[in-house]
Design a protein around this ligand. Sequence first.
Ligand code: FAD
Length: 453
Amino acid sequence: MSEKNDILLIGAGLAGPLLARFLALRNYRVKILERRPDIRKTEMNAGRSINLALSKRGLHALEQVNTHKQVMAEAIPMKGRLMHALDGTTSFHRYGQDDTEVIFSVPRRELNKLLMNAAEETGKVEILFNEICIDSDLDKCSVYHKNQDTGKTTETYANQIIATDGSASVIRRKMGKLEGYKEKTEPLSHGYKELTIPANEDGSFKLEPNVLHIWPRGNYMLIALPNSDGTFTCTLFFPMEGTPSFASLDITDKVTHFFSKEFPDAISYLKNLEEEFFLNETGKLGTVKSWPWNVEDRFLLMGDAAHAIVPFFGQGINAGFEDCTVLNECFDEYGDNWGKVFESFGKQRKPDTDAIAQMALENYIEMRSDTADPRFLMKKEIEFALERRFPNRFIPRYSMVAFHRIPYNECLRRGSIQASILDILCSEINSIDDMDWERAKKMIRDALKKSVS
Ligand SMILES: Cc1cc2nc3c(=O)[nH]c(=O)nc-3n(C[C@H](O)[C@H](O)[C@H](O)COP(=O)(O)OP(=O)(O)OC[C@H]3O[C@@H](n4cnc5c(N)ncnc54)[C@H](O)[C@@H]3O)c2cc1C
């Protein structure tokens, strides 16, 4: 059986339905093939993490297609990191200058449902569930998909096929067979496990809700993000092998002993620790780099299918949603010239997604190391002070990534210049009171000539 559609998307995770809405609002007819059942009708898990952090780039894309208000209704603002030291003391580190610079904890499942509804309500998007894409014909512009209930295989043709089928994309795998195609998957030696801190009996939170909690322990860390039902989803980022590791914590007693020793204040909140530890899957993490992302005007990779990253900057889907913004701008420029749209999208986006891949890996080290170090804290304080004195010129790297839409590649470039300036300025001082602001001004003017916003 064969059909012809305007545009076919593979994968109704997060990027797929948002892209479908963008395309529908440009008057295209879109069909999405999704291998899972409809999560709006089942209790099934919506994907890899229970909740995720949305920031400026993701919110901007949602805003462009009028879906941000519904998303924000589910979102909990997080103003900064609350660090939990081994001795139980806590310290708060703001993400931005004030309460306008915050990130948002959003439930993945609700976000996914809402985006599917938003795509379908255009009247131009149809999502077919239980349809797993098993192969594609890159010349004919078709995919083969199998219905998970009936086992029936169908070949569907389309004018364009866009793969939003996540980090293990079947379309990317097929493109990997083309001559000159480059793909690199770099698995991280650390994985993750999700655990739950339940709500109090009255539904209130057991911990401060408007922060991202971190228990940094050098080579690994536990984090917790709030959910609107009063629970927290905790994630242990931890080595897969060695001691300690997911492999070494193989019996209940070892898990209890390890958590009591390393996270003594958290263990009292993790009511079902041992059960969840062995029941919940250990997730793998890694970076995917591939190039090119398109096959002429027929196929395109987007979101994690093109550029999966590790989650330590909270930017994976922010980058995936920003893909939609950028693709939309390419349509503004090249209209229906799909070849040009796909090519210019990839060329523009690739340096940026490579940059956020690098910054995400770097951020793991910052998050898991003990940032109670006074020199680290002094540098953070000075960074914010420099931003107030030189707005749009010196912006802390985290802020450029999370609170601005400055291209990621530019965030990486300016961030590295700023880090050098900061190293020099801080090398001989022990307090912000000793800062040589005139010297700072000259260095910033010389090295960061262009302002950004
Ligand atoms: C632990 C963890 C925490 C994270 N936290 C954050 C965060 O705080 N902020 C952030 O921005 N990002 C975060 N991310 C990253 C984010 O989850 C991903 O970037 C995002 O899910 C990618 O969206 P996507 O739509 O491209 O792919 P996915 O969400 O993976 O969706 C792919 C969809 O395609 C479907 N599919 C797959 N194969 C097929 C097939 N063969 N046929 C048909 N359908 C198929 C899948 O069922 C799925 O629905 C996190 C990731 C992890 C693992």
